[in-house]
Design a protein around this ligand. Structure first.
Ligand code: TPP
Ligand code: MG
Length: 668
C-alpha cells in the first residue's frame, strides 16, 4: 500500500516552490559555485509541473512511458537536483550538499547516465531543446507502432533565453513544427536576463511569433502564477501542435537586491543576500533542511505516479507474445542474428564478385539488408539522401501523418539532425543513423560530442570523405575532419577501405551500445582488397595485416579508406622490385588503440612505415613514428576531377614508392 498517498498535505504551493529555491541557494552557497538564479526563477513552473502534471515514478526512473523532462537550461541543474531529491529519486541531502564536488551525483550540469532522473546531458545551450525534439519524435513513432496503451507520454522542456538565442533552436523548432510534435511542451524561462545583462543587449526577437511561424502554438503567461501555469499546461496537452509557454519570470526570485539582475545568474548569493532572500520568501529552516510537512508534500508528489506506472505494467504484460518480444527487442537495443547473417552474406558476395564500388554505395546495399534485419533502425539525412545513399529499400518516410515510417528527411539541418538523433537514442526504442557530407560534420560536431559524452548509440554516415569527391572543390573536401573527429573521446571514427570493410564497420557501429560512431565513406569507387572470405570481423581490431610478405618485411604501408588501394598497388610494384612490403589497413584508430601492445607491434612491425590517408597527418602518431613519412594533405583541396587532385597533391603510388625508397636508402 502506498502510505505517502494517504498524507493530506498542508504545504502550500509557495512553500513547495521555496523548497527548490532554498536548496538551490544553499547548495550554490556551499559550493561557492553554480547558478541559483534560474532555479529560483523557475521554481513555480517546476512545482506545478512535477506535483500536478508530470507522469513519472522515481521508483522506476527508466519506465519507458514516463513523461520526459529535459532541463535544456542545464546551468540551472540545482532545480533538477532539488526536484529529484524532493520527489524521491534517491538523491540524498548529502548529494545536494556535495553539489559540484568530484564524484558527486550532482555535477555542475546534469549528466545522462550519472544521476537517476536526468534524461540527457545538458549545458551546451540549445541542445537540450533540440534533443527533446528527438524524444518527442521517438514517442510518436513508438505510439504508432505499439499504440497509446503502451506509449503515450509528453516531453517537457525548460529552456532559457540562451537556448532560444542559439542557432540550433531554429533547426529544432522548425523540425518539431513541421512534424507537428504536439506532445512536446516547452517552458521558456522568459526572464529577460543572460550573463552579460539584459537580453535586450543582444536580442529583440519576438519568440512567440517565431515559434508560431515554425508551426507551434505559443502563449505568454506569468511564470510565478501557479494557476496560470496549470491552465497553460492543460491547454498545451490538448494542442495539435508543439507548444511554447513563455513564462515571464524574475531570475533569482526572492533575492532582495539581486533578483531580476544578471548578478544572480551564476554566482553564490553571499551570506547577507541569501539571508535576505530566505526572509523575503518566509523560509525559516536551517540550511539544507526541508520542514517536515513540505518534505512530505513533495514525497507525495513523488509517489503520485506509482499507480499509473503499475497500470502500464499490467497493460504491457498483456501484450501479445510476438509484440511483447518485438517491444523488448526495440528497447533492449540488441542487434538481431539476422544482422550478423546479412553482414556475412554481403561480405561473401562482395568477395566473390570483386567488383569495385564506392563505400557509400556499399553502405546503401548493406542498409537495404539491415532495414529488414533490424526493424528499429531509423534512417535519415540532412537533405543529401541521394548522395549519402542512406535511404534503405522499402523504408517509408516519417511524416506528420505517418509516424510508422523509418526514414527522416531532417532537412538542411545537420546540427538539428545530430541532436534529434541523440534525443531519439536517449529516449530508447530506435537505433538512429543520419547522413551528411564528412565536411559538414563540423555543423553537427557539438551534438556528436554530446553523444560521445553521454555514451549513446548514434551512427553518423559521413560520405564524400576526401578530395576524392572531386569537382565540388575545397569547400566540400574534408581535410582536417578525420583528425578532428578522432580527437573526440568515446567516438569511433571508421574509414573502411572497401565493400567488405564497409559491412564490417556497420556491424561494429550497430553493436556499439556505449557510444556513437562516425562512418567516413567515399564517393569514388574502391576495389575489393580482400581476396578470401572470412566470417570474422577483421575491422573489429581497428587495424590488421591485409598483406604480409612471405619474406621478412622491408617496409609497412599503412592506409585507410580509399588510400588502401594505393597501398596495395604500391606493394605489388615494390614486390616486383624485390622490396617486401606489408600492407596494414586501419579502418578505426580508436579500436586499434584498444588492442594489446603485442598485437599492435605484430601488425605494425619494426620496419620503416609509410602512412597514407588523403587528410592531415594529425592523429597518425598512433601508428607512425616521427621519422616515418606520411602521404596526405597539408592544405585545403581544390576543384577538379578526383584523379587530377590525387596527382596534384601527391597522393599516388609513385609517391609511396619514392618515400619507401628514401626510407630504405635506395635511389628512387
Ligand atoms: C552553447 C553555450 N554557449 C554559452 C554557454 C555559457 N552560458 C551558460 S548560461 C549562459 C547565459 C544563458 O542565459 P539564459 O539562458 O537566459 O539563462 P539565465 O541567465 O536566465 O539563467 C551562457 C552564455 C553555454 N552554456 N552554452
Ligand atoms: Mg535568461
Amino acid at each position: 500500500m502506498n502510505m505517502a498517498a494517504k498524507i493530506t498535505s498542508p504545504a502550500t504551493h509557495d512553500e513547495m516552490a521555496n523548497a527548490i529555491r532554498a536548496l538551490a541557494m544553499d547548495a550554490v552557497e556551499k559550493a561557492n559555485s553554480g547558478h541559483p538564479g534560474m532555479p529560483m526563477g523557475m521554481a513555480d513552473v517546476a512545482t506545478v509541473l512535477f506535483t500536478r502534471f508530470l507522469k513519472f515514478d522515481p521508483a522506476a526512473p527508466h519506465w519507458p512511458d514516463r513523461d520526459r523532462f529535459v532541463l535544456s537550461a542545464g546551468h540551472g541543474s540545482m532545480l533538477l537536483y532539488a526536484v529529484l531529491h524532493l520527489t524521491g529519486y534517491g538523491l540524498t541531502i548529502e548529494d545536494i550538499q556535495n553539489f559540484r564536488q568530484f564524484g558527486s551525483k550532482t555535477p555542475g550540469h546534469p549528466e545522462y547516465g550519472h544521476t537517476a532522473g536526468v534524461e540527457v546531458t545538458t549545458g551546451p545551450l540549445g541542445q537540450g531543446l533540440a534533443m527533446s525534439v528527438g524524444m518527442a519524435l521517438a514517442e510518436r513513432m513508438l505510439a504508432a507502432r505499439y499504440g497509446a496503451d503502451i506509449i503515450d507520454h509528453y516531453t517537457y522542456v525548460m529552456a532559457g533565453d540562451g537556448c532560444l538565442m542559439e542557432g540550433i533552436s531554429h533547426e529544432a523548432i522548425a523540425l518539431a513544427g513541421h512534424l507537428k510534435l504536439n506532445k512536446l511542451i516547452v517552458f521558456w524561462d522568459n526572464n529577460g536576463i543572460t550573463i552579460d545583462g539584459k537580453v535586450e543587449l543582444a536580442d529583440s526577437v519576438d519568440q512567440v511569433a517565431r515559434f508560431e511561424a515554425a508551426g507551434w502554438a505559443a502563449s505568454h503567461i506569468d511564470g510565478h502564477d501557479p494557476e496560470a501555469i496549470a491552465k497553460a499546461i492543460e491547454a498545451a496537452q490538448k494542442s495539435d501542435k508543439p507548444v511554447l509557454i513563455a513564462c515571464k519570470t524574475t531570475i533569482g526570485f526572492g533575492a532582495p537586491t539581486k533578483a531580476g539582475t544578471a548578478g544572480v545568474h551564476g554566482a553564490a548569493l553571499g551570506a547577507e543576500e541569501l539571508a535576505g532572500a530566505k526572509k523575503a520568501l518566509g523560509w525559516n529552516a536551517a540550511p539544507f533542511v526541508i520542514p517536515e510537512h513540505i518534505a512530505s508534500a513533495w514525497a507525495e508528489a513523488g509517489s503520485r505516479g506509482t499507480g499509473t506506472r503499475t497500470a502500464w505494467e499490467t497493460r504491457h504484460a498483456s501484450l501479445p507474445a510476438d509484440i511483447a518480444k518485438r517491444y523488448s527487442a526495440d528497447f533492449s537495443g540488441a542487434i538481431t542474428q539476422a544482422v550478423t547473417e546479412s553482414i556475412d552474406a554481403f561480405k561473401k558476395a562482395a568477395t566473390d564478385s570483386g567488383a569495385a564500388q564506392a563505400s557509400r554505395a556499399s553502405s546503401q546495399k548493406i542498409l537495404d539488408h539491415l532495414a529488414k534485419a533490424q526493424p528499429n533502425l531509423l534512417g535519415g539525412s540532412a537533405d543529401l539522401t541521394h548522395s549519402n545513399l542512406t535511404h534503405a529499400a522499402g523504408t517509408e518516410n516519417v511524416t506528420a501523418s505517418n509516424f510508422n515510417g523509418s526514414y527522416i528527411h531532417y532537412g538542411i539541418r545537420e546540427f538539428g539532425m545530430a541532436a534529434a538523433m541523440n534525443g531519439i537514442a536517449a529516449h530508447g526504442g530506435f537505433i538512429p543513423y543520419g547522413g551528411t557530407f564528412l565536411v559538414f560534420s563540423d555543423y553537427s560536431r557539438p551534438a556528436i560530442r554530446l553523444a560521445a559524452l553521454m555514451g549513446i548509440r548514434v551512427i553518423h554516415v559521413l560520405t564524400h570523405d576526401s578530395i576524392g569527391l572531386g569537382e565540388d572543390g575545397p569547400t566540400h573536401q574534408p581535410v582536417e575532419h578525420l583528425a578532428a573527429l578522432r580527437a573526440i573521446p568515446n567516438l569511433l571514427v571508421f574509414r573502411p577501405g572497401d565493400a567488405i570493410e564497409t559491412a564490417e564497420v556497420w556491424e561494429l557501429a550497430l553493436n556499439r551500445m556505449a557510444g556513437p560512431s562516425a562512418l567516413a565513406l567515399s564517393r569514388q569507387n574502391l576495389p575489393v582488397s580482400r581476396k578470401t572470405h572470412t566470417s570474422e570481423n577483421l575491422s573489429a581490431k581497428g587495424g590488421y595485416l591485409l598483406r604480409e610478405p612471405a619474406k621478412p618485411r622491408d617496409v609497412t604501408l599503412i592506409a585507410t579508406g580509399s588510400e588502401l588501394t594505393l597501398a596495395v598497388q604500391a606493394a605489388d610494384k615494390l614486390a616486383a622490385e624485390g622490396i617486401e612490403a606489408a600492407v596494414v589497413s586501419v579502418p578505426c584508430f580508436e579500436l586499434f588503440a584498444e588492442q594489446t601492445a603485442d598485437y599492435r607491434a605484430l601488425v605494425l612491425g619494426t620496419a620503416p612505415r609509410v602512412g597514407i590517408e588523403a587528410a592531415i597527418r594529425q592523429s597518425w602518431e598512433l601508428v607512425l613514428r616521427p621519422e616515418d613519412p606520411f602521404i596526405g594533405m597539408s592544405s585545403f583541396g581544390a576543384s577538379a576531377p578526383a584523379a587530377d587532385l590525387y596527382k596534384h597533391f601527391g597522393i599516388t603510388v609513385d609517391a609511396i614508392l619514392a618515400d619507401v625508397k628514401s626510407c630504405l636508402g635506395r635511389a628512387a
